[in-house]
Design a protein around this ligand. Structure first.
Ligand code: GDP
Length: 251
C-alpha cells in the first residue's frame, strides 16, 4: 500500500488506541484490530451510492491501463447487468491494442450482448460517438471499453479526456489490477484528473493478492469500489462488500 496511506492509518490507529477505552468484554488487542478494521473500511468509502437510473440510457466509461483486466470485466459486467434485467450494449473503443475488439466480441457473444466496434479505425472518440448513436436509446446501460496503453502516458490520458467529452458518462469506472499494490495511488490520481472517477473495480482477486491497492485507489479518487473480478471466467465477478474485503485484507 502507498506509504502516505500507511502513515495516515498508523497515525489514526495510534490516536484512537491511546484515546479510547475498549468497550466492556473486548480485549485491548481485539479493540485495536476493530479500530484498524473501521479505519480501513472508512478509507474504502463504504458501499457505493451509484445506481443505474431507470427509463434512460446510463453510459459507463471503463478506464484503466492495459492488462488491468478492463475488457474482461466489461464483458463480465455486461453479462451481470443483463442478468439483472438491464438491456446492455458495449462499445469497443480500444483502437490501440490489436485484437481487443475480437476479444470483447468473443466474450460478449455467449451472453448475447451486442458489441459495437470499428475494426481498423484509430479515432477512438469518433468510435465512441458513433457507437452511442448506434445504440441510441435502445439500452438501459452502455459500457464503453477504452484503450489502456499508448506510446506514452500523456497521450493515453489525453485520449481519455477526449473520450470523456465524447461519451459524457454517467459513471467512469476505474479498473485496477489487484496485484499492483502501491502503484495504485498515482495511477488512480492520474486517471481521476482526466475523467472524474465515480467507482472502482478491482480485478484478479483470485490470485494471492489481497488488493490493498483498492484502498489507495479509493483514497485517490474519493470513490468506492463497486465490483471485484475473481477469475478469468465470465461469471467471476462480485458486487463489492467492504466488510468481506477488509476481512480478507487483514487475514
Ligand atoms: P485489458 O488490457 O485491461 O483489457 O485486460 P484484459 O481484459 O485483456 O485482461 C488481461 C489479462 O488478465 C487476461 O489474460 C485476462 O484473462 C486476465 N484477467 C482479467 N481479469 C482477471 C481476474 O479477475 N482474475 C485472473 N486470474 N485473471 C484475470
Amino acid at each position: 500500500m502507498d506509504v502516505r496511506l500507511v502513515k495516515e492509518i498508523a497515525g489514526r490507529l495510534e490516536e484512537r488506541c491511546v484515546g479510547e477505552v475498549p468497550p466492556p468484554g473486548l480485549s485491548r488487542k481485539d479493540h485495536i484490530v476493530k479500530i484498524l478494521y473501521d479505519e480501513l473500511a472508512k478509507l474504502l468509502g463504504g458501499e457505493s451510492e451509484f445506481s443505474f437510473k431507470p427509463g434512460r440510457t446510463n453510459k459507463v466509461l471503463m478506464l484503466g491501463i492495459q492488462g488491468s483486466g478492463k475488457s474482461t470485466i466489461t464483458a463480465k459486467l455486461a453479462k451481470l447487468l443483463t442478468r439483472q434485467g438491464y438491456k446492455t450494449g458495449v462499445v469497443g473503443a480500444d483502437t490501440y491494442r490489436p485484437g481487443a475488439l475480437v476479444q470483447l466480441r468473443t466474450m460478449c457473444e455467449r451472453s448475447n450482448v451486442e458489441v459495437y466496434g470499428e475494426e481498423g479505425e484509430s479515432d477512438a472518440p469518433a468510435v465512441v460517438r458513433r457507437g452511442l448513436r448506434h445504440f441510441g436509446d435502445s439500452c438501459d446501460v452502455i459500457l464503453v471499453d477504452t484503450a489502456g496503453r499508448h506510446k506514452e502516458e500523456g497521450e493515453l490520458l489525453d485520449e481519455m479526456k477526449r473520450i470523456g467529452k465524447a461519451a459524457e458518462p454517467d459513471l467512469a469506472l476505474l479498473v485496477i489490477d489487484g496485484t499492483i499494490g502501491n502503484r495504485c495511488y498515482a495511477q488512480a490520481e492520474a486517471f481521476h484528473k482526466t475523467v472524474p472517477v465515480g467507482g472502482i473495480v478491482v480485478t484478479k482477486l483470485d490470485s494471492s493478492a489481497k488488493g490493498g491497492g483498492a484502498i489507495a485507489a479509493s483514497a485517490a479518487t474519493g470513490s468506492s469500489v463497486m465490483y471485484i473480478g475473481t477469475g478469468e471466467r465470465i461469471d467471476d465477478i462480485e458486487q463489492f462488500s467492504s466488510t468481506r474485503f477488509v476481512g480478507r485484507l487483514l487475514g
